[in-house]
Design a protein around this ligand. Structure first.
Ligand code: 5GP
Length: 190
């Protein structure tokens, strides 16, 4: 997605050889116009599928997932990282190790919002080692839902997650795929 690649080149900050900061449009401040384009692009990539539910993880997956939901008219469920008082019992849960924070969180989704009748598309902001996506796949499996694929805004193709998940037969569509962040430069796969 050229618009997204241009935005990353213009506004992204390379924090290290493995971490990209895109706080100006995706991870802190949100640019609704590019989020809308991202939602439309996901809808195009999965136009051959019937999606009954979009599953993501708080917080940075919510904006792109919601824009996709608006385009295709499907509800968005986000996995929570902290158990709130209102989210008790009746949960699907999975453990996710965070690449950027180097901590393990239990993520949870209420059984009220995911079931064996659902055709699920998983959305997230970044794909690095695949831990977040694996946690969401685990939750969908507990619900008995059918996962049709995974949509990622920015894949870091030099890390293992994409390869491992594709090897397991998971369909992954990433809108920008980064080959390298070496020397402070963002380089994309074609
Ligand atoms: P994974 O679970 O695939 O190892 O990492 C994906 C998760 O970690 C995403 O949900 C994202 O929030 C975070 N993440 C991984 N790499 C980056 C990065 O380079 N920049 C930012 N901003 N977040 C990242």
């Amino acid at each position: 997605m050229q618009l997204l690649k241009d935005k990353i080149l213009k506004e992204g900050r390379v924090l290290s050889d493995t971490v990209l900061k895109v706080d100006s449009f995706l991870n802190h401040q949100i640019d609704p116009l590019i989020m809308k384009e991202i939602g439309d692009e996901f809808a195009n990539r999965f136009t051959d599928e019937v999606i009954t539910k979009i599953l993501t993880i708080e917080s940075s997956g919510i904006a792109p997932a919601t824009m996709l939901g608006l385009t295709i008219g499907a509800p968005v469920v986000f996995a929570r990282k902290r158990k709130s008082l209102t989210l008790s019992g009746n949960l699907y849960s999975a453990e996710v190790h965070s690449f950027t924070k180097n901590e393990t969180n239990e993520i949870s989704v209420s059984k009220d919002f995911l079931s064996a009748d659902d055709n699920v598309l998983i959305i997230d902001d970044f794909l690095a080692n695949g831990e977040a996506v694996k946690g969401l796949l685990d939750i969908a499996e507990q619900a008995g839902a059918n996962v049709i694929g995974v949509g990622i805004v920015i894949e870091k193709g030099f890390q293992q997650g994409g390869m491992l998940l594709r090897e397991q037969g998971v369909r992954i569509e990433s809108l920008a795929n980064i080959k390298s962040l070496a020397n402070g430069q963002v380089e994309f796969f074609d």
